[in-house]
Each structure stands twice: as structure tokens, then as C-alpha cells.
Design a protein around this ligand. Structure first.
Ligand code: R5P
Length: 318
């Protein structure tokens, strides 16, 4: 105990730095500087503090689509992509059954659900419970009839950093989906877990800049910590500008790789804080090279042309 009794000749002098004011840590993420420590730490796990952006790999589609193309075997197709993303967007079923608990990636947990493609598909010929499965009258949006599909205690057990809820502005179930959102924000607030509102698109919803501007702002006003939206050619920068929290873009349906990289590039240039992309990565001709090219755009300052060249090069080597 000689080093603790104050008599040791080798004892280091105390240094109080009385002339240096304590640092006030800044926070890098838009609109997030006044959150509590745990919430900020979770957001810093989702978003890279150096680039201020994120690459979320979305493969939660099965919650309403089942085994869609590219997700038939998540262990075979998604796990090889995991090292190159920042965050995994998934359902709790896939998380528990497929994703190693040793992953260092942030978890974005799908927290709403309850409907399927079957009820939304006009082409589908069949019945559910004796009722026609397809209801196509204008304004009817079967997929919007969602409820909260994950309890907050389950989200904590799964160590989620952010919970994702679909919001259907302009649909038959608009009010219900907004109530799902605010109920989840209230539940998650007690534990410092973030909530991401996802702008849904469908028959009753527009894909205009005015619509996206309103939907994203509305969700931020209701308390979302981040918002997921589609990119739009004209005026996307006005959507990011008047949304006070980060926006990430969904990829949408599969398009040529060069076009998908251009979309990611344009979105980031126009104020997006990254991507939450699925089909344009896991349905690409070469998914790992595509993932790495998206990484080039989002985190490494590449333009779409350079990223596409990287994609072609990695594809040729693979
Ligand atoms: C959509 O509802 C799903 O939750 C996906 O997470 C989302 O659409 C992003 O995936 P993709 O880039 O394939 O559109």
C-alpha cells in the first residue's frame, strides 16, 4: 500500500488543469445535439461520426413480402455483405435465427407490420377468410393497416439502436400509422432508443416533392430521430433542408447499378445522411462489389462514375 499512503517518492503530482475550461463535447449529427448520452451513443453507432453518414443494409422486406428475390437464404446472401455496412435493418425473426450475436453493426429493428403483399395485390386471385384478397378501390391501402409488431422490452433484449415504423400519410390508415409512430417514440424514449419513421409509398400516396417534404417534416415534428424517404429527382434538397433530423434514402426497386450509385451520390450531395438500401444491393449482379461501391459514395467521397468503376473492377476480380 506504499503507493497510496502519500509518502512514496515516486507518487505523481496531481494536476487539476485549473486554467483549462472543460471541453463541451459537440455532437456531429443534425438535430441530435440535445439528446441524452445513451441515445447519442446509439446514433453514433448507426451514423459514422467521421463522415456523418450511414450505410444501412435493408433486408426486412420479408415481413410483408416473404422470401423475395435475393432474400431466399439470408445466411448465404446477406451475411457476406455485413462487413461493409454500418447498420443492419431487419426483423427480429431474421436477427435471432441468422445474424451472429457477435456482430458489431448497429441494429435497426423493423417494429411495425401485420399485413402482406397478398392483400395489396390486385393481381392475386384468391380469398382470405372468405373475403376477396384484392381490394383496389381508390384510396384503399391494405398495406397501411399496420400495428406495432415489437414490444419495447423485446427491442431492448435485441439491443436495437433504432426502431423503424412505416407511416402511411394520405392512406386509409394514416391516423393509425401515426399513432403507431408516436406510441413507439414514447415507449423508446424511456430507454434512449431512436425511432425512424419510414415514408411509405403506395396507390393512395403521391411521389411528389411536396408530399415527401410534408411527410418527412411531419414525422420529425412528431418526434422521430431520423427519417427514411425516397429520393426524388427535382427538389430533394428542399426535403432535407426543412427536415430537422437526418434523412436516409431507401433504394426502391432494383435499377441498373450505375443508376443506383448515381441516386446515392445525388441524395448525399442534396443533404441525405446516407442510405438505407436493400434490393439495389442484394439483387445486384455482384452484391459485395455493389455494397463496396455504395460505401465509396457514402463514406469515401467517390462520385458515381468512380464508384461504378470500382464496382466493375471488383466484380471482374470476384
Ligand atoms: C420497405 O418497406 C422495406 O422495409 C425496406 O427496408 C425498404 O424499402 C428499403 O429497401 P429497398 O432499398 O429495397 O427499397
Amino acid at each position: 500500500m506504499a503507493d497510496l499512503d502519500g509518502t512514496s517518492a515516486e507518487k505523481k503530482d496531481k494536476e487539476y488543469f485549473t486554467d483549462i475550461p472543460q471541453n463541451k463535447p459537440d455532437f456531429f449529427l443534425k438535430g441530435s445535439h440535445q439528446y441524452d448520452w445513451g441515445l447519442q451513443n446509439r446514433l453514433a453507432h448507426i451514423f459514422n461520426p467521421e463522415s456523418g453518414r450511414t450505410i444501412m443494409l435493408a433486408f426486412d422486406h420479408g415481413y410483408f413480402m416473404g422470401p423475395t428475390t435475393g432474400l431466399e437464404r439470408v445466411d448465404q446472401t446477406i451475411l457476406p455483405l455485413e462487413p461493409y455496412c454500418d447498420c443492419l435493418m431487419l426483423t427480429r425473426g431474421i436477427q435471432r435465427s441468422i445474424i451472429p450475436a457477435s456482430t458489431q453493426k448497429a441494429i435497426a429493428l423493423r417494429a411495425s407490420g401485420g399485413t402482406s403483399m397478398v392483400s395489396a395485390n390486385d393481381e392475386w386471385e384468391g380469398e382470405i377468410g372468405g373475403q376477396p384478397a384484392a381490394l383496389s378501390r381508390p384510396g384503399y391501402e391494405p398495406l397501411s393497416n399496420e400495428h406495432l409488431a415489437v414490444d419495447i422490452n423485446e427491442a431492448i433484449r435485441l439491443n436495437a439502436s433504432v426502431l423503424a415504423v412505416q407511416v402511411f400519410i394520405g392512406s386509409q390508415y394514416e391516423r393509425q400509422s401515426l399513432q403507431n409512430l408516436t406510441n413507439l417514440i414514447d415507449a423508446a424514449a424511456g430507454y434512449g432508443i431512436a425511432v425512424m419513421g419510414v415514408v411509405a409509398v403506395g396507390r393512395a400516396m403521391e411521389r411528389t416533392v411536396k408530399y415527401f417534404r410534408m411527410a418527412t417534416r411531419l414525422m420529425a415534428e412528431l418526434g422521430c430521430h431520423m427519417v427514411k424517404c425516397y429520393h426524388i429527382e427535382d427538389g430533394f434538397e428542399t426535403i432535407t433542408s426543412c427536415c430537422p433530423v437526418p434523412i436516409v434514402i431507401a433504394g426502391g426497386k432494383k435499377r441498373p447499378e450505375r443508376d443506383a450509385l448515381q441516386m446515392a451520390y445525388d441524395a448525399c450531395q442534396e443533404g441525405a445522411s446516407g442510405v438505407d438500401m436493400g434490393r439495389n444491393i442484394f439483387q445486384a449482379d455482384a452484391p459485395v462489389p455493389m455494397m463496396r461501391a455504395v460505401r465509396g459514395v457514402v463514406h469515401e467521397g467517390m462520385n458515381a462514375k468512380d464508384a461504378y468503376e470500382l464496382y466493375e473492377q471488383l466484380k471482374a476480380e470476384s
